[in-house]
Design a protein around this ligand. Structure first.
Ligand SMILES: *[C@@H]1O[C@H](CO)[C@@H](O)[C@H](O)[C@H]1NC(C)=O
Ligand SMILES: *[C@@H]1O[C@H](CO)[C@@H](O)[C@H](O)[C@H]1NC(C)=O
Ligand SMILES: *[C@@H]1O[C@H](CO)[C@@H](O)[C@H](O)[C@H]1NC(C)=O
Ligand SMILES: *[C@@H]1O[C@H](CO)[C@@H](O)[C@H](O)[C@H]1NC(C)=O
Ligand SMILES: *[C@@H]1O[C@H](CO)[C@@H](O)[C@H](O)[C@H]1NC(C)=O
Length: 368
């Protein structure tokens, strides 16, 4: 097959704050946002994951050298319609405390985690921040992992959330007057963000993508080494409530195989990342390469910020790969690309993350 991608991640919108640029203090609220009657063109799948034998065979099918012609897992088009609850958090600079139920990919809460937080870096720069658990992860609805949790519905959800934030007044912005949105995507969230840029360019002012190349050639390396398992069978105490189509890499080292590159990270951060991870829906990976959003008309600012050793996006070496990424965004103005950052896939969890955030936020400051 010609598809797939990576771990749990969030897309987030960053919005100019009414409070201007000043302190690191901020106020937040958490929400469960009900989205009603959302629909998206989706796919029936040709397989069902029920046991560890099923996911092992799926891994073989996805990883084999001729998977692009031998297996794509997709039967025919269907329309998914549903009501979904999305867990989210909005923060705006001011003076107050914070807590969150969301999966804290962008805002780690462990001791010393501030330097790995894009959320806190953005707040310190004076922006408001919204982040959420994508469908099927964290506290958001655990919808059917085969036929419902797929890429197109995730794009519709991001579009709906963005519209709600841009409403005046919005119930989700602590009365801050939000006038525009910038979208940050990481890993799978980058593909959701690219889908938004393609289908609803009017909803965003600029996008920043990491853990992304748009090139699908190296996903079999990821799938082979990731060694996914049915989450509910792997750890019933933690994930027994999930349907069998929710799967996850087998252990902390399989997680790190995708996310990290030695010697640019702290093992304790990798262990923390595993402790907060959410299994992913098999439908997300299977449909990623089947819904190639055409981004060739998107003319707003686009940033691609890559760890040099990104496994899933670049096959472990981004040198020379990102020229092909640029071809996917021919009209982006400017198109800002970095491929030499000393990290693997998850730039936000490597030692130099604060420098990555500074470049991302400066890109917003310069172009929005
Ligand atoms: C759901 O949306 C469809 C269009 O996408 C519309 O035809 C239908 O009436 C809506 N249903 C409800 C209950 O709002
Ligand atoms: C937002 O403004 C409304 C109307 O002034 C007020 O009732 C509400 O408490 C405010 N909400 C927050 C979170 O400040
Ligand atoms: C891009 O814009 C051109 C000219 O308006 C249009 O013909 C084409 O269909 C657009 N492509 C996409 C993928 O939207
Ligand atoms: C990246 O982080 C390492 C470890 O903290 C540090 O020694 C190095 O100077 C940093 N690199 C840059 C370019 O700042
Ligand atoms: C990308 O944007 C960053 C932040 O504004 C800037 O420092 C860097 O020079 C830009 N890179 C390119 C290639 O334009």
């Amino acid at each position: 097959m010609a598809s797939l991608l990576a771990a749990a991640l969030i897309s987030l919108a960053i919005l100019p704050s009414i409070n201007g640029h000043s302190s690191a203090a901020y106020t937040c609220d958490t929400y469960t946002i009900p989205l009603k009657n959302l629909s998206a063109p989706s796919f029936d799948l040709t397989f069902e994951i029920k046991t560890q034998w099923d996911i092992t065979d799926w891994t073989i099918n996805e990883a084999r050298r001729d998977s692009s012609t031998a297996f794509n897992g997709v039967a025919g088009p269907i329309t998914v319609v549903g009501d979904f609850d999305i867990s989210a958090r909005f923060c705006t600079p001011s003076t107050a405390t914070t807590h969150s139920q969301t999966v804290l990919i962008w805002d780690p809460t462990f001791f010393g985690g501030e330097k790995y937080s894009l959320v806190q870096a953005a707040l310190a720069a004076g922006y408001s921040v919204f982040h959420y658990d994508r469908l099927g992860t964290g506290q958001s609805t655990k919808a059917d992992p085969h036929t419902v949790v797929q890429l197109p519905i995730q794009v519709e959800i991001l579009a709906s959330l963005t519209r709600l934030l841009l409403e005046h007044p919005s119930p989700y912005t602590l009365n801050a007057s939000v006038t525009s949105a910038v979208h940050f995507g990481h890993s799978y969230g980058s593909y959701i963000t690219a889908g938004l840029a393609s289908a609803y360019p009017e909803l965003t002012q600029a996008i920043s993508l990491s853990g992304y190349s748009g090139v699908f050639d190296y996903f079999n390396i990821l799938i082979a080494g990731w060694q996914s398992r049915v989450a509910a069978l792997l750890d019933p105490a933690r994930w027994g409530h999930l349907q069998s189509g929710y799967v996850t890499p087998v252990d902390v080292n399989a997680d790190a195989y995708l996310e990290f590159k030695t010697p640019f990270f702290d093992h304790a951060v990798a262990e923390w990342a595993t402790s907060i991870k959410s299994p992913f829906a098999i439908g997300e990976l299977t449909t990623l390469g089947q819904t190639p959003y055409d981004t060739s008309n998107f003319s707003k600012p686009v940033q691609v910020f890559q760890g040099r050793y990104d496994l899933s996006a670049c096959g472990g070496n981004c040198d020379g790969v990102l020229d092909r990424t640029a071809l996917l965004w021919p009209k982006a103005t400017p198109f800002n690309i970095t491929g030499t950052f000393p990290a693997g896939h998850s730039v936000n969890w490597h030692y130099n993350a604060t420098q990555a955030f500074a470049v991302m936020l400066d890109f917003v400051l310069q172009n929005v």
